[in-house]
Design a protein around this ligand. Structure first.
Ligand code: 3HC
Length: 289
């Protein structure tokens, strides 16, 4: 299949990443089906797309007709078969749990015609293991977007053990159509960005636990000292502390290397439900948005 054959993209998962990817695809002119397991999650995804776009209209940065056009191209659903109907590419952005992903891939493999390409937005899990739940391992690939997906330029393209050159080419061409820059990475825990970024966030938690500096000062130091747009705690709260902990667990488990040991303070926050902005409290407290 060629990029010219791709008209509809099914995005599975309407959380922060799924909604951002659906928006990115619709803004690039693709028809999009966005599926989640419950109607309230689908509605949440649609709201996550609408609010920042409305803000852009209010600021005069985007025309109302363009926002409406993006919305007209997105169809929300809880039905997996309906989501896959007519789609040439699926981008999966569900919870980072391998057993859930494998069950989904097996189900999608039954529902979708054999030529449909499955791309996972996983932030660190094995594409090979997901692909092995299907009968089309050559057409399974990683496409790792970054939060906020409509804004961040990078997509890591991850080649699983069996991924074909044609599938890699399609993913690269899709990135070009979405206005994204791809970087190709062989499958390895955390790929490039999360292998480097998340241990840095984790180390910030170790520093905080040791009492070396206040959270605000650790953030300030990294912003002013390295020109990061957000400090490590602001970024952790923004992307979710549970996501950071998941990545550390994978790095630690897959490599067995103690330098990837999750910070006990990060783990404690996640256990307390302090997941960041999405729960109103992470390292910092947030009022209603
Ligand atoms: N849809 C469309 N546009 C959006 C948007 C959205 N969801 N969210 C933001 N924007 C636009 C805004 O409208 C604005 O556009 P403008 O410049 O034309 O006015 C622009 O993006 C910048 O947004 P804001 O003015 O609201 O805010 P900032 O200038 O403070 O930038 C930020 C916000 C882009 C989030 C910036 O702080 C940043 O780059 N932070 C770091 C993000 C990062 O590192 N992400 C990667 C995390 S790691 C990851 O995702 C991997 C995972 O696996 C863990």
């Amino acid at each position: 299949m060629d990029i010219g054959d791709v008209r509809r993209i099914a995005v599975i998962g309407a959380g922060t990443m799924g909604a951002g990817i659906a928006q990115t695809c619709a803004a690039a002119g693709f028809e999009v089906s966005m599926r989640d397991v419950e109607a309230r999650f689908v509605e949440g995804g649609l709201r996550r797309i609408r609010e920042p776009l409305e803000a852009r209209v209010s600021k005069g940065k985007m025309a109302r007709e363009d926002v409406d056009a993006v919305f007209r191209r997105i169809r929300g659903t809880v039905d997996l078969a309906e989501a896959l109907d007519g789609a040439q590419v699926v981008i999966e952005a569900i919870l980072e749990k391998m057993d859930l992903k494998r069950a989904l891939y097996a189900e999608m493999d039954r529902l979708g015609p054999p030529e449909v390409v499955f791309a996972s937005n996983t932030s660190s899990l094995s594409i090979t293991e997901m692909a092995n739940a299907t009968s089309r391992a050559d057409r399974v690939i990683g496409m790792h977007f970054f939060n906020p997906a409509p804004v961040m330029k990078l997509v890591e393209i991850i080649r699983g053990s069996e991924t074909s050159d044609a599938t890699v080419r399609l993913a690269r061409d899709l990135c070009a159509r979405l206005g994204k820059e791809p970087v190709e990475v062989k499958e390895s825990p955390g790929f490039v960005v999360n292998r480097l970024l998340v241990p840095m966030l984790n180390e910030a938690f170790n520093l905080l636990q040791e009492g070396a500096a206040r959270a605000e000062d650790i953030d300030k130091a990294m912003k002013l000292g390295t020109n990061m747009p957000m400090g490590p705690f602001e970024l952790g709260d923004y992307t979710g502390l549970d996501v950071a902990l998941d990545v550390m667990e994978v790095l630690h488990r897959e490599t067995g290397d103690p330098r990837f040991r999750p910070s006990p303070l990060l783990r404690k926050y996640v256990r307390a439900g302090r997941l960041g902005r999405k729960t109103g409290r992470g390292v910092y407290e947030y009022g209603p948005e």
